[in-house]
Design a binder for this molecule. Structure first.
Ligand code: SF4
Ligand code: SF4
Length: 289
């Protein structure tokens, strides 16, 4: 008997996970109605992982899935989806789930098209490579490694799914920004102040570097990782060998931004840009005190 499909309109995808909120007070997967994340489902694991390319894939998958008569046709869905993909995987060993789609009518939130809050059928996620149990229980390092103020900073500053997923999964980028700011301030950032529009604007400006970084390497990477000999490795910057200088104080940020420099002058220029953004945040934060 065919299983009737539900219209796409998931509410909160991680809130139904038993015990998730006491341990993880900030829902990073589906934080609000403006954005969400699906990075661990392989959202960005494409050679072309530009906003345009990823939006095209997610839209195509959503349209195909929406056109299904019933959940009995998932094999047919997979076949049609594979025929329409015009991109190649970035890291072969990472799974790009075919069931990532937009889960709200406004198409502001990416998520799981098979999620029980969409389908009402938890076992449907066994059609995916990971299976329902792993999909249900997975929490990425953003939950465990970022502090609550760091998580809230990203949630309050970034209001679109494409940038949000890139940033919330980039632990080094977020933690290093906080480390530089808090060292200069001599105190921890107070989350209540992060709702101030100017601070949100400055944070967004900094996080946007993930998408628009002047020194981004020509080679396709995903954050600090690149693909080599069937493995992914960290693309480090060898300051000493190339320019005879010590490691940049912003090294982790520069690596997270997929930087590639042709001269030491470029390194200095990049450092100046980062320092200016960090100073802008410190000035606005101190003025708001
Ligand atoms: S990468 Fe983290 S925040 Fe994003 S969907 Fe997966 S578990 Fe949620
Ligand atoms: S089935 Fe699992 S891997 Fe696929 S989109 Fe849903 S949660 Fe992600």
């Amino acid at each position: 008997m065919p299983v009737d499909k539900q219209p796409l309109d998931a509410s909160r995808c991680s809130a139904d996970r038993p015990g998730s909120l006491p341990f993880h007070p900030v829902d990073l997967c589906q934080p609000d109605t403006m954005k969400s994340c699906a990075a661990c489902c392989g959202l960005y694991n494409w050679q072309d992982h530009s906003r345009t390319a990823i939006t095209g894939i997610v839209s195509m998958q959503t349209d195909l899935f929406s056109a299904l008569d019933s959940y009995d046709n998932l094999d047919e869905y997979r076949l049609r989806r594979d025929q329409r993909i015009n991109n190649t995987k970035l890291f072969e060993t990472i799974y790009n789930c075919e069931f990532v789609g937009f889960v709200d009518r406004e198409r502001r939130r990416v998520g799981c098209l098979l999620h029980p809050s969409v389908t009402g059928i938890p076992a449907l996620r066994n059609h995916c490579f990971y299976g329902a149990k792993i999909c249900h229980e997975h929490f990425c390092p953003g939950y465990g490694c970022l502090t609550t103020p760091e998580q809230l900073a990203v949630v309050s500053a970034v209001q679109d799914w494409y940038l949000f997923g890139l940033v919330i999964t980039d632990i080094d980028l977020v933690k290093e920004f906080f480390r530089h700011v808090e060292n200069a301030l001599g105190e921890s950032i107070k989350p209540a102040r992060l709702s101030q529009p100017e601070l949100r604007h400055i944070l967004h400006d900094f996080f946007s570097l993930k998408e628009h970084w002047q020194f981004k390497a020509a080679e396709n990477r995903l954050g600090k990782y690149y693909f080599s000999a069937s493995e992914y490795a960290i693309a480090r910057i060898d300051y000493c060998a190339r320019w005879g200088v010590p490691e940049s104080r912003f090294d982790k940020i520069l690596v997270s931004l997929e930087s590639e420099f042709s001269s030491y002058e470029q390194v200095l220029s990049a450092e100046e840009m980062l320092q200016e953004k960090i100073h802008a945040f410190i000035r606005a934060y101190s003025a708001a005190h």
